[in-house]
Design a protein around this ligand. Structure first.
Ligand code: CA
Length: 710
């Protein structure tokens, strides 16, 4: 008999997959658990496997090996770790991490399979020195120790022994870390908080659909010399209030305020891997979707990454400044994978528990990074919920964006939503609800196809993204704005907030606030670069018109609009789609473009102003959209026209008429007869009346957005 696989499936059962069953003889089999042999109480044989029941429970702190005819096979604990039995026995709701007090510090870490956990105390963040070692005590998988004295200024790691292997790990709950995140730091959190930090309230939005999201990278927004910022590429750089480009135009925070958005969404600000960006010399660029310490801020954005307090203080200083300037702050979190398969805290502290595997024991890889976090595991879910609450409370954040949310499970996402709701302030929660190929049953995946199970959680809407300007998977593909025919139905569905609007226009969502509407983000080509790829034959002015039209659709659609920073002056990455590790010259925002594309900037500013002034575009629920939004049928091809009528969503305007003409030439169309105030045309976007038309038909220019009201 040849043993293919032996899996421990609960505390006293082992399932063995074998070849050539007929020869099986139980007397040739020994179950070794450490140095003890476990008697087999029962066994049953099915088609290609044998199920063994041991008399005594298996001790999970020791390796388990089968000897058949003297040939050893190591039993895998993976299935046991995933079992309900295991989780029922070991789950703990205790607060984990390091708890500093002036006279003592307590440490708590969870690792049921560990046979020994030692706290190692160091005096610096990365020096070679013999640490002070303190053995921790175990209570049903929870290891803890309290160390007397004032430990402020020390650094710590855990040395964990599991199945005869020893690993040194950073506490996954570390709130503060030293240089490059290699050791957790013991600090007094009170010293990380700028004066009045918690007293400056974030601006409050009533509904999530009132938000206008703006995606910013700390490094890119002020990295260029053209930003006129002193602390370029740092947290403090975006906190500089009155900065200007060489043309004398507002940059950085000054610019964001001028533009009028409501929420700044910060790309990774948690500590990402030193292998992506070395905090000692941060010349190498990386976006930072490489989690290392999920509860501590990234060091390369601080002015002194060696000082664990500094990065926290400076990030808080930024958040405080953004709040003071009327801006909410959303952080981009990556809970779906970690940077390194084996060199990560979760795996070192409890190998196998926090990741998904297929039936053969291979890591699930929906993320493309070789490791999908098993968010459905109760202690992984606890980590995610704890982490979200920690950031939101400690850093006074206004929401979270979940990277590759489709890899996580609906139950954990709903727990996150509930936890945020319990804080009783409007906290945004949305993510990339893509369909992902991960080892999780379809009904549990937190993707947009299961969005009905995820009320109050938003999804990036790829229908509007690709429908408006062409697929991100084909450079040349065009969309509604750039000359592709037959996109009207897709765009109309998106205009409704992708709800179940009618038989003809049926989206996936139960409310518009589940639809995060966008055409470009940090991934893929910028909108401007996409137009260079899809429409090389079009002239400069037409491309600008298409560009303006694209985000006019986004900003006039029901749902939550999202803008990629710099799009308002036609940001370029020189045609580099996946610029995650391209140099600063590619990724940094070039502020000279603001003057160059000032007409586009003004138009975007006008679009934002329209949306902010007019609640008709911001229905919080599907019923309102269905009752007040009507499409005008029988319009020319590549034209979409709709009305929002009856003081929609308590708007100050009675009737609003929107016309998008994606044709290059003028079109004429019939509209409801009325005396219409024209506030927006191809050149000017806003709420002031440009001219008045009393008519039942109108001619609009090619590649234009037009807004009328009465
Ligand atoms: Ca780092």
């Amino acid at each position: 008999m040849f043993i293919l696989q032996a899996n421990i499936i609960n505390f006293n059962s082992i399932k063995i997959k074998v070849i050539s069953l007929p020869n099986f003889a139980i007397e040739k089999l020994t179950v070794l658990n450490g140095t003890n042999s476990l008697a087999v109480k029962n066994y049953s044989i099915t088609e290609d496997s044998i199920l063994l029941e041991t008399e005594r429970n298996i001790n999970i702190k020791n390796p388990c090996t089968l000897l058949y005819d003297g040939n050893p096979s190591i039993c895998s604990y993976l299935q046991l770790y995933k079992s309900q039995e295991f989780n029922n026995k070991y789950f703990t709701n205790e607060a984990l991490g390091c708890f500093y007090y002036k006279n003592y510090t307590t440490f708590k870490v969870w690792s049921p399979p560990a046979s020994l956990v030692t706290l190692l105390l160091y005096s610096t963040g990365d020096s070679l020195e013999a640490p002070r070692a303190i053995e921790m005590n175990e209570n049903n998988g929870l290891w803890n120790v309290s160390v007397q004295g004032d430990l402020k200024g020390f650094y710590y790691t855990y040395e964990v022994v599991i199945l005869n292997e020893k690993h040194e790990a950073v506490d996954p709950y570390a709130k503060a870390v030293g240089i490059n995140g290699l050791r957790a730091a013991i600090i007094n959190m009170d010293e990380t908080t700028p004066a009045d930090f918690y007293n400056i309230p974030a601006p409050k939005i009533k509904n999530y659909t009132d938000a206008i999201l703006y995606e910013v990278s700390i490094r890119d927004i002020t990295g260029s010399k053209t930003s006129g910022v002193k602390n370029r590429g740092k947290y403090l750089g975006l906190a500089e209030e009155n900065t200007f480009s060489p043309d004398g135009l507002p940059t950085g925070l000054n610019h964001i305020k001028e533009l009028g958005i409501t929420h700044v969404q910060l790309m990774p600000i948690f500590d990402f891997s030193y292998m992506s960006v070395d905090e000692k010399n941060s010349e190498k660029y990386n976006w930072g979707y490489d989690p290392q310490n999920l509860n501590a801020p990234e060091g390369s954005y601080s002015t002194n990454p060696y000082n664990p307090t500094c990065r926290i203080y400076e990030l808080k200083e930024l958040i405080k400044t953004l709040h003071k300037n009327g801006l909410c702050v959303v952080m981009d979190m990556v809970y779906n994978h970690v940077y390194h398969n084996t060199e990560n805290s979760f795996e070192k502290i409890f190998p196998g528990y926090y990741f998904r595997y297929d039936n053969s024991g291979k890591r699930s890889d929906g993320s493309g990074c070789g490791n999908d976090i098993a968010s459905e595991q109760p202690m992984a879910a606890k980590f995610i919920v704890d982490s979200v609450l920690y950031w939101v409370n400690e850093y006074n954040l206004d929401g979270l964006r979940f990277d590759l949310m489709g890899l996580l499970d609906v139950n954990t996402m709903n727990k996150v939503r509930e936890a945020l709701n319990s804080l009783r302030r409007p906290l945004m929660l949305y993510g990339e609800g893509w369909y992902m190929n991960t080892e999780l049953s379809e009904d549990l995946k937190a993707n947009m196809f299961n969005s009905y199970k995820l009320p109050s959680i938003g999804h990036f809407n790829d229908s509007i993204r690709d429908g408006v300007k062409g697929s991100v998977f084909s450079k040349e593909d065009k969309g509604f704005i750039s000359g592709k025919q037959g996109q009207e139905e897709t765009i109309k569905k998106c205009i409704t907030g992708f709800i179940n609007y009618s038989e003809k226009y049926k989206g996936l969502f139960i409310t518009p606030s589940q639809s995060v509407n966008y055409v470009s983000a940090h991934d893929n080509n910028t909108l401007w670069d996409k137009l260079q790829c899809s429409n090389p034959q079009d002239n400069f002015e037409d491309k600008k018109s298409m560009h303006k039209l694209a985000n006019a659709v986004v900003l006039m659609s029901q749902g939550i609009p999202f803008l990629h920073s710099g799009v308002e002056f036609c940001r370029t990455k020189n045609g580099i789609e996946n610029s995650y590790n391209s140099p600063d010259e590619i990724n940094n925002i070039n502020w000279l473009r603001k003057a160059e594309f000032y007409d586009v900037f003004n138009y975007y500013k006008g679009l934002i102003n329209i949306r902010k002034q007019h609640a008709a575009f911001r229905f919080p629920n599907a019923e309102g959209v269905k009752a007040h939004l009507s499409f005008i049928e029988n319009v020319p091809n590549n034209v979409i026209a709709f009305t929002l009528s009856g003081y929609a969503n308590n708007d100050s305007w009675d009737n609003i008429l929107v016309i998008f003409n994606a044709n290059r030439s003028n079109v004429k169309l019939n509209i409801p007869f009325a005396k219409w105030n024209v506030t927006t045309d191809k050149y000017i976007a806003g709420t002031e009346t440009l001219r008045i038309l009393e008519t039942d038909s109108v001619e609009v220019e090619g590649l234009s957005f037009n807004l009328f009201h009465n």
